[in-house]
Design a binder for this molecule. Structure first.
Ligand code: PHE
Length: 349
């Protein structure tokens, strides 16, 4: 009779081991594992319940059952520990995966900035003229009426002043320069009576109704050469050489008569349109020509104001708009684009 009970208990232990193993495989949270332990190995668990019947066994049968029961208990406890360790490891790995940096992924490209189109155009101009022996000369943006107009042969009331309306300060006679030409006087007064070869770049201001081809602030690059034997041929040679370097060898150019109070004679220089090669397109307004700059021989009156004797010295001067030149070169249709900083344009040019 005792033997039957022993067999029965051993069977129950075996069943418990199977059930517990299967249940453990399903428990995949810490909480589920705690519940599993309570159910199978806890003080009120199934193993305890089975062992409670141990008392009904004859003394000599108890050790075997006890031994098997301990084995089952040890095996299940080991299994639980393994399962807990595995689960902790998996959790750690998941965290590591979620937080890790994948060094094999391609990097995000950094957007490199670049110099503004105006700055680049100015630097191209500087490079070409400095190679021809011109120095860069800085002159102020806030000027007097005297420098901006009078010393350039435009006394008060001179009709040519109408070409250049500007911004006035609250100090009478102090204005924002309308062109870089007053820099000619500054350079001459500094160097007289030495020969001069300078370019004068900088911002100028005009009281304009702003539209696609007019801004109230823009850049100019002025040029001035003064010496004892300077002729109109020198002016043409320098400017044709400049056009060829700026826009490519073989540019056609033409000089049209013009008028500026501070040069005599005065011209405007055109080059054949760089976009259509003179065929005619919207940028050159179907003329085949682009207006590039104003120029002329320095008016003797201006030389005198600058401190040079016009019977001994002569000179030429020119003034160009670098933005207009960039506009033409890149086929940009609106000068306002230079200051609105629209990324679509800045990326294109
Ligand atoms: N200052 C003139 C302008 O702004 C350009 C110019 C400069 C013309 C030098 C002749 C000589 O229109």
């Amino acid at each position: 009779m005792g033997n039957v009970v022993q067999q029965d208990i051993l069977q129950q232990l075996e069943q418990l081991r199977k059930d517990a193993s299967a249940a453990l495989a399903q428990a995949d949270t810490a909480e589920a594992m705690r519940e599993w332990h309570t159910e199978y190995l806890g003080r009120k668990g199934r193993l305890t319940a089975i062992l409670r019947n141990l008392g009904s066994l004859p003394g000599e049968e108890r050790p075997l059952v006890g031994k098997v029961a301990n084995e089952v208990k040890d095996a299940l406890e080991n299994a639980l520990q393994e399962r807990q360790a595995a689960s902790a490891q998996a959790e750690l790995e998941a965290v590591r995966r979620a937080e890790s940096v994948d060094v094999t992924l391609p990097g995000r490209p950094q957007n490199l900035g670049k110099l503004h189109i105006t700055t680049r155009t100015l630097r191209e101009i500087y490079a070409i003229f400095t190679a021809m022996g011109f120095q860069i000369y800085d002159s102020p943006e806030v000027e007097t009426d005297e420098y901006n107009f009078q010393l350039l042969n435009m006394p008060p009331g001179h009709p040519a002043r109408d070409m250049w309306d500007t911004f006035y300060t609250t100090t009478p006679g102090l204005i924002l320069r309308t062109h870089t030409s007053p820099g000619q006087i500054h350079a001459m007064r500094e160097y007289a009576t030495e020969p001069i070869r300078v370019i004068l770049p900088g911002k100028v201001y005009r009281y304009e109704a702003v539209d696609a081809s007019h801004e109230s602030m823009f850049y100019q690059v002025e040029g001035l050469a003064v010496g004892k034997h300077i002729t109109f041929c020198d002016l043409k040679g320098v400017l044709i050489n400049f056009a060829n370097q700026m826009y490519g060898e073989g540019r056609k150019s033409r000089f049209r008569k013009s008028y500026f109070p501070f040069t005599e004679p005065s011209v405007e220089m055109d080059i054949d349109c760089v976009l259509c090669n003179g065929q005619g397109c919207p940028v050159c307004k179907y003329t085949g020509w682009l207006e590039m700059l104003g120029a002329g021989m320095v008016n003797p009156v201006v030389l005198e104001y600058g401190g040079y004797d016009p019977t001994e010295f002569s000179g030429f001067a020119f003034g160009m708009g670098p933005e207009r030149m960039a506009l033409q070169k890149y086929g940009i249709d609106d000068i306002r684009n230079f200051y609105t900083n629209d990324m679509r344009l800045l990326e294109r040019v």
